[in-house]
Design a protein. Structure first.
Ligand SMILES: Nc1nc2c(ncn2[C@@H]2O[C@H](COP(=O)(O)OP(=O)(O)OP(=O)(O)O)[C@@H](O)[C@H]2O)c(=O)[nH]1
Ligand SMILES: [Mg+2]
Length: 389
């Protein structure tokens, strides 16, 4: 009787019993699945890797025996996963055709309270125009864009100890920002940045006492971050949020600088008033939207067109001190996906994909959805080929 290994094909959720002998390599297993898949026929074996027990990636040129796969008690699961770069390219390709709404002009307040230097930036000035050039895929995933040195700048605001750093780390899928676990002292004392390759997170301890001038100087804190990808505002249930200051911040970001605003209820299980905060976020964001049709909800994320979005998350496992009940991470993958869908302009999508590139959990857990969402681009490509015959 021939031996076989059960392999789960992550992008389609199909399962296969793959036969093997002593000479079979990991590469052979991958090729077998590619041939057998009916959901993704003619798929390229080079786009995938094999993962054992949800953790270790197996070298493709080793044999099943060398990898220890014939010792069945070692195997909890064998998953055939898509390489992150392949998923990123699928997103970029399909976004061009599918996810791109025509860019709507962002409302601009007539009275300008704070001078801006938008006019110096050809990139940002195009936000308020109706038409957008659709660039090629290679342009998006290459260095060939307008962004200086390909740097990405992300603003993070919110009161002390609300979970700003924990959120950054969860979104990136790796420790970027310092998180202090014990005591009342908070880590972020003044505006500082955390860096992940050439991605900069501009972190600030709070905006409670802020005036317009403070907001302006915060956003201008570095010449380099004058065109940030987006602004995250975090509030955790139980923490004190001054809505007036938040509104001033949103006015500045949305009206004056066209910065995409992401309002997040962090540490959502810390208190039941998470829904109240989310409702306040929703009311605030509605102010910047002309038509209620631009507002939609998907997977717990509320989208406000090109203005921003809001949601609630649990960035890391939460343990209730009274009941000892545990709540696993929640809402992070959905937030990452929501932003992936929201960034419609070339350098924004490129910047965001590089920010989340190391978030293995996201790329693993969301690959079926990414394949589903980007499937139409295959159909379009196929119909183009047929038309050209
Ligand atoms: N379980 C759980 N704990 C969280 C969450 N967010 C933050 N925390 C905890 O709350 C504390 C503060 O989190 P930080 O991420 O350091 O908060 P911060 O806003 O960056 O704090 P400062 O930089 O000091 O202003 C840490 O003990 C975190 O582990 C969350 O979503 N879930
Ligand atoms: Mg912090």
């Amino acid at each position: 009787m021939s031996k076989s290994l059960c392999i789960s094909f992550k992008p389609t959720c199909e399962s296969f019993d793959v036969p093997y002998n002593s000479q079979t390599t990991i590469d052979d297993l991958i090729k077998y699945v590619c041939i057998q898949s009916s959901v993704l026929p003619n798929t390229n074996p080079n786009d995938y890797y094999l993962m054992i027990n949800k953790s270790d990636m197996l070298r493709t040129n080793q044999t099943v025996e060398a990898a220890g796969l014939d010792q069945l008690d070692r195997i909890v699961s064998l998953d055939m996963c898509t390489k992150t770069r392949v998923l990123m390219k699928r997103i970029v390709d399909s976004r061009m055709q599918l996810w791109q709404d025509p860019i709507k002009p962002i409302p601009t307040k007539t009275q300008q309270t704070i001078p801006t230097d938008q006019s110096n930036n050809p990139d940002e000035s195009s936000v308020s125009t109706n038409k957008q050039q659709i660039p090629s895929t290679t342009e998006v995933l290459s260095n060939d864009n307008n962004d200086r040195n390909n740097e990405v700048h992300i603003l993070i605001c919110g009161s002390p100890k609300v979970g700003k750093s924990t959120l950054i780390n969860a979104l990136c899928g790796c420790p970027v920002a310092k998180v202090k676990t014990i005591g009342l002292d908070h880590c972020t004392q003044k505006t500082s940045y955390y860096q992940l390759d050439n991605i900069y997170f501009w972190d600030t301890p709070g905006i409670q006492q802020w005036s317009n001038i403070d907001i302006d100087s915060y956003i201008n804190s570095s010449k380099r971050c004058q065109t940030p990808l987006c602004m995250f505002y975090c509030a955790s249930p139980g923490s004190f949020t001054k809505l007036k200051q938040l509104e001033m911040l949103l006015d500045e970001c949305i009206y004056q600088r066209h910065i995409f605003c992401v309002l997040v209820v962090t540490n959502m299980f810390a208190h039941i008033n998470r829904h109240a905060i989310l409702n306040e976020f929703k009311t605030l964001l509605s102010k910047y939207i002309d038509h209620s049709q631009q507002i939609r909800e998907e997977d717990g994320v509320f989208y406000y067109g090109h203005v921003g979005l809001c949601t609630m998350v649990n960035s890391r496992e939460y343990v209730d001190e009274d009941t000892n009940r545990r709540q696993s991470q929640q809402g992070i993958n959905e937030l990452v996906m929501a932003l992936t869908k929201s960034f419609s302009r070339t350098h924004q999508l490129d910047g965001w994909l590089r920010t989340i590139e190391k978030n293995t959990l996201f790329w693993l857990e969301k690959q079926e959805e990414i394949f589903r969402l980007t499937k139409k681009s295959d159909d379009i490509c196929l119909s183009e080929i047929i038309q050209n015959i």
